[in-house]
Design a protein. Sequence first.
Length: 228
Amino acid sequence: MREIVFDTETTGLDPASGDRMVEIGCVELMNRVPTGQTFHAYFNPERDMPAGAEAVHGLSSAFLADKPLFRDTAQALLEFIADSPLVAHNAAFDFGFLNAELSLCEREAVCMSRMIDTVALARKRHPGAKLSLDALCSRYGVDRSHRVKHGALLDAELLAQVYVELTGGRQIGLELAAETSRTDVIAVVSRPRAQRTPRPARPHAASAEELSRHRAFLARMEAPLWSS
């Protein structure tokens, strides 16, 4: 199964108020294994970059000034994600910005039924625990030492590792080994059994001498239950 893990960087929190997407990073998974295929692009947001947003991802208006507009890259992005499920952390946020950009260039929105939210997965698996990407990386031993600021492709790569852990993907090898073991057992059990000659029945009744000793033992007891 093909899945796309993605992350976005933006000028703010709400596309309805004029915030725009300035970066997207996508990582392809095939059967929960990264294939090495990625998609990464920066966009000119056609507006200023608020200081608070720049402090998070480090993308300045000057840096983005010569980058393509989203509409110029939309087709390549849509071809990369195709019809695959899309995995994101707090996915409603990223889907909101992606679909807002698609709407601005008069393209069809990505259906929300394709959304897989790793925050929801983590909340179900670890109720009450911290759910940030940093916290989940720490929980699963994902190295994020090279993450100084937020970056869409880097965060998508980290999230891909977290998603694999959240879904038990690293246990695939163990499951296959277990299936192989079960096959081996079935093969052994189904082998023809060697013909064996039945042993003659052994006597189980007490001898006369054993019965006599038993009666003598009971005679030394006061009102034994076994004397009736």
